[in-house]
Ligand binder design. Structure first.
Ligand code: NI
Length: 228
């Protein structure tokens, strides 16, 4: 499932992120790439350990934690610490690749299976040309370029790329999620069911027998499919 989620960061949080990024020590993005994607990757990123990365991570994780749609769609078991990158000038694209299946966390802090790949946009789309995230699936190619503060999530299994930025800078965050529900198909069913149930709850009320029954079915499917 490819899903766009609006307003993970509010506009004042986007401004705060930009203030932090204004004095950020950008470096070559190939440092953290695997051998195959190093050939395709041409961008800049922030060191994982710098102060700015840590401040931005807190800001972003707070946004994710309070966002109902994000939780419903991702059912996160573990989120890799968000990283930050920039495309522009001569370091402006990332060719076709599939993300590594596992992220090894720093200092032996564990591993994250990359069920879901995420990109959060921090630059306004009017401030740069190009830079679309292109995700391929069985329905064809999807081009994604979102407002600052918005997020896209897509299956970690997808071939994807970032088109060259020809004006300005595309700044964003990227990270991966190990979901409580490993299967993209099952996760999608649960997300759709939860979405419709929330609407039904507003229309019919919490005490409606169908709302109670279907809520039970949702949780029973979740219990059957999830791994905690
Ligand atoms: Ni990637």
């Amino acid at each position: 499932m490819l899903l766009q989620i609006k307003g993970v960061l509010a506009s004042e949080e986007v401004r705060e992120a930009r203030r932090i990024l204004a004095c950020a020590p950008w470096g070559d993005g190939r440092i953290t790439a695997g051998s195959q994607s190093a050939l395709a990757k041409n961008n800049e990123q922030l060191p994982e350990t710098c102060e700015q990365t840590q401040q931005l991570q807190q800001l972003l994780l707070r946004g994710l934690e309070r966002h109902e749609t994000f939780f419903s769609a991702a059912l996160p078991k573990q989120i890799s610490p968000p990283l930050f990158n920039r495309y522009g000038a001569s370091a402006n694209s990332f060719g076709n690749h599939v993300d590594s299946a596992v992220r090894f966390l720093r200092n032996g802090a564990g591993r994250v299976r990359t069920d879901i790949s995420c990109t959060l946009f921090l630059a306004d789309p009017e401030d740069y040309d190009g830079g679309e995230l292109v995700v391929e699936d069985t329905f064809g190619e999807h081009r994604v370029k979102l407002a600052a503060g918005d997020l896209v999530l897509y299956p970690g299994t997808s071939v994807h790329r970032v088109l060259p930025v020809t004006r300005g800078y595309r700044v964003g965050s990227y990270f991966w999620i190990q979901s409580m529900v490993r299967s993209d198909e099952q996760r999608r069913l649960l997300y759709e069911m939860d979405k419709h149930l929330r609407r039904l709850r507003v229309g019919a009320g919490e005490a409606d027998p169908s709302v109670i029954g279907l809520t039970g079915t949702y949780h029973n499917l979740l219990r059957m499919w999830m791994d905690v």
